[in-house]
Design a protein around this ligand. Sequence first.
Ligand code: HEC
Ligand code: HEC
Length: 159
Amino acid sequence: MRKALTILTIGVLVGLSAFCRKEDKEGQDSDGQQPTVVSSASATSHYSGKNCMSCHNGTDAFAFSIAGTLYDSTKTNVYVGGTVEIYTGSNGQGTLIVSLVSDKNGNFYTTEQVNLSSGVYPSVKNMHGMMMHMPQPTTSGACNSCHTQGGTAPPIWVP
Ligand code: HEC
Ligand code: HEC
């Protein structure tokens, strides 16, 4: 009986410490494994079109708060140097929360913490300033989880 209790106590402690470590990762930076990575037109990445957060979730790889891929009007060629803007209001209204530029692989991403929980409106802009707006808000920054070939929404593209 006593042995069983000891094992139970150890089990709870191990469980708690695993939980705390996870909290640390989600809190970012505290364990030094979460770098600051923000896309720019001269940066490179990988897996264009894939849901980045299937790996960049803080466990398999460091976490992105927002990530996805920008295409041109063919929806198959990636678009370099486009801008993704996240607003509190629809059609580019309200406050601009964050602005990201697509890199050499068409990918945009940030590890900066961004609060999307109340629902935000993404807009994308080509190099000449022409914009496309997502009509409904999203609470997920994993843009390619919906926007991909054969996904629930078409790839994100600029005119
Ligand atoms: C199959 C898993 C997987 C997918 C999908 C994936 N990544 Fe990665 N990525 C990784 C791993 C693993 C690393 C290395 C992480 C590390 O160094 O801690 C990495 C590293 C990176 C880096 C390099 C950061 C640096 O400067 O060191 C960037 C940028 C990046 N990924 C962007 C993306 C983007 C954008 C997407 C989606 C379009 C994506 N990744 C999808 C696994 C993945
Ligand atoms: C939960 C699924 C989902 C997520 C996550 C999501 N979107 Fe969307 N998005 C949609 C749907 C559905 C539409 C409407 C598609 C259509 O009009 O055919 C849309 C439309 C858009 C449009 C307008 C496209 C057009 O042709 O007019 C843009 C731009 C856009 N999204 C960008 C983004 C960005 C950037 C992110 C990540 C910050 C994102 N979306 C996250 C589902 C999503």
